[in-house]
Design a protein around this ligand. Structure first.
Ligand SMILES: O=C1O[C@H](COP(=O)(O)O)[C@@H](O)[C@H](O)[C@H]1O
Length: 246
């Protein structure tokens, strides 16, 4: 079981409203303290409702910067593109949000170069930092316990120096783009959004051991290969009731 903050909701809709409220508070606080709110976005289906809700909120659009924590190796207008999902749900409604959106420059023929270019962009923005200090990293989790595009038994899981990489995922026979674990753990806040009964088993596995709290380092290393969401340190969990283990 996790020792990190855990919020449980009856439905994805209620979860999304609560996260939207927390997002607005967090953005206002960061902007008042540091002038900018920099967020790494998650993809997939779970956060879409949150993004739609944010589009209806009073946010200081000029001072929020949007980045992608992971992306699929498809053109931006493709159905599976995380950029497309976020744009349609949120960013397309606000010209200043579009101006502050830093998408992965996907070149499907050269994913390694695309990842290098995005990493260089991030290093430019977070100049001088060992890893990018996002104000917030939003995260999802697949039913295989992947987060961002850190999939089980893939090379990016053990990457400790790079910020953003192209990660070959054998089960898709395709590359994904992803922030690395240290580039997620450097965020001031890390929020997991998890919904649906199909995530229950994976969540149980992820909560079985936590790299922050166990002394069995070798065992944990092996677990992390299988359940990469364990790589994320001290997250806040927003979970629907049907995704809660046992
Ligand atoms: O492939 C992905 O999957 C996870 C989870 O997606 P969901 O559709 O089950 O919500 C997501 O967090 C990740 O960003 C995405 O690219």
């Amino acid at each position: 079981m996790t020792n990190s903050p855990l919020h449980v909701f009856p439905s994805l809709d209620e979860l999304s409203v609560a996260v939207a409220d927390a997002f607005c508070r967090s953005a206002a606080e960061a902007i008042s303290q540091r002038g900018t709110f920099r967020v790494a976005l998650s993809g997939g289906s779970t956060p879409k409702r949150l993004y739609e809700l944010l589009a209806k909120r009073e946010l200081d659009w000029d001072h929020i910067e949007w980045y992608w924590g992971d992306e699929r190796n498809v053109p931006h207008d493709h159905d599976e593109s995380n950029f497309r999902m976020v744009s349609e749900a949120l960013l397309d409604h606000f010209p200043s949000a579009q101006a502050n959106a830093f998408s992965v420059p996907v070149d499907t023929n050269d994913p390694v170069r695309s990842a290098d270019r995005y990493e260089a962009k991030l290093k430019d923005v977070f100049h001088g930092q060992a890893f990018p200090q996002w104000d917030l990293a939003l995260l999802g989790m697949g039913d295989d316990a992947h987060t961002a595009s850190l999939f089980p038994d893939t090379a990016a899981i053990s990457e400790n120096e790079r910020w953003f990489v192209a990660n070959y995922v054998p089960k898709f026979e395709a590359y994904r783009y992803t922030l690395t674990a240290p580039a997620i753990n450097s965020a001031r806040q890390r929020w997991f959004l998890i919904a649906g009964a199909n995530k229950r088993d994976a969540l149980a596995r992820v909560w079985q051991s936590d790299p922050n709290r166990t002394e069995a380092d070798q065992l944990v290393a092996a677990q992390v290969e299988r359940y990469p969401s364990q790589l994320i340190q001290s997250p806040t969990w927003f979970v629907t009731q049907d995704a809660m283990p046992g």
